[in-house]
Design a protein around this ligand. Structure first.
Ligand code: 13P
Ligand code: SF4
Length: 340
């Protein structure tokens, strides 16, 4: 599949929905053109995470991090949401839009963090300490969201924790690396769930040191799901969307990136002329999330043609999971001193 390009993101439209203007049809490949035609026919919006393969990013209406994707899902006027990311992200869109059809290219696009945190285990932990206030990273199931007090993403976790009630014991689930980083940033003690992103923990201190010998002047951006050894070497620890902002503003001609490889496509597209170097993984160059990469352009077309697989959730779970997500969106939109 040849790589296609799109014009840069634009703001506009009746709901101020951030959209990308695709290249004129003659410059798109045939399958991408079919997807765009189907999108118009369905009155669908196509949301894609920064880790999606380039050809999916290039037909999306919005490409961003988990926070941006939830904000877009919360305000879309489209009838069908086509979610190119992993399952918990599509579930979040459904929770925010119970009346809309939410479809995704591959139902098996999971997440190691989601797997690490089964709802009954979390419930047992909460019952053992009724003073727990549960701050939950969005990378979890709808059932776990329903047990949470507030949701956060890597883009707003510091702000969410700063806004959490001071008289409660904070339980942070399920990413212990993000949780540890938030504790370092806020000074707020938290009990951490033992979960991690199987892909981000593959980046190592030694791997960064080795690539730094080749690019001694390049700043390092690391996702907070990386381990402390890597975070300590980073010039900036941030969400995938904040990486784009950093790279746009940075005068550095070359930047080292410690996150999933899909990020590089977006950075190259939006920061032309700069060099982005993926931090290599010690034993391979497999810095790809196997779940994110289950989605292909072919599966995307098929899911739109069949309107399946679709996200289905019980009314009860939607109602309970919606409150902590809305709390997050509300806190996220407030200006807060020293916000992260
Ligand atoms: P972002 O919200 O920073 O894009 O992170 C999502 C994710 O799954 C990281 O592995
Ligand atoms: Fe989950 Fe890690 Fe994949 Fe993100 S990169 S979806 S945290 S497994």
């Amino acid at each position: 599949m040849g790589m296609i390009e799109t014009a840069p993101a634009q703001t506009g439209g009746p709901s101020d929905f951030v959209t990308r203007v695709p290249l004129p049809p003659p410059r798109l490949d045939a399958l991408s053109r079919d997807i765009l035609a189907l999108k118009r026919k369905l009155n669908a919006v196509l949301l894609a995470h920064n880790y999606q393969v380039p050809e999916i990013q290039d037909v999306a209406d919005y490409v961003g991090d988990s926070l941006g994707l939830s904000q877009q899902a919360a305000k879309t006027k489209a009838e069908v949401i086509v979610f190119c990311g992993v399952h918990f992200m599509a579930e979040t869109a459904k929770i925010l839009n119970p009346g809309k059809l939410v479809i995704l290219p591959d139902r098996d696009a999971g997440c190691s963090l989601e797997e690490s945190c089964p709802a009954p285990k979390l419930q047992a932990m909460q019952e053992a300490n009724p003073n727990f206030y549960t701050v939950t990273y969005i990378n979890c199931s709808a059932e776990v969201k329903a047990l949470s007090d507030v949701i956060c993403t890597s883009g707003n976790a510091v702000k969410i924790v700063r806004a959490s009630p001071p008289d409660r014991d904070l339980l942070f689930v399920p990413d212990e690396n993000l949780g540890a980083w938030v504790m370092e940033q806020t000074g707020r003690k938290m009990t951490l769930w033992h979960g991690s992103c199987y892909a981000h923990v593959e980046f190592t201190h030694a791997g960064v040191m080795r690539i730094r010998r080749e690019f001694p002047d390049a700043p390092l951006l690391a996702h907070p799901e990386c381990t402390r050894g890597v975070r300590l070497l980073a010039d900036e620890v941030c969400s995938t969307e904040k990486m784009v902002d950093y790279c746009k503003k940075s005068p550095a001609p070359a930047i080292l990136i410690a996150t999933e490889a899909g990020m590089i496509h977006r950075l190259r597209k939006e920061c032309p002329g700069k060099q982005f170097i993926p931090v290599p993984i010690e034993h391979c160059r497999c810095n790809e999330c196997k779940y994110m990469k289950l989605n292909t352009l072919e599966k995307l077309y098929d899911c739109m043609a069949r309107l399946s697989p679709r996200v289905e959730l019980s009314r009860e779970i939607i109602e309970r999971a919606r409150r902590p997500i809305e709390r997050m969106l509300e806190i996220s939109s407030q200006p807060l001193a020293n916000a992260g």
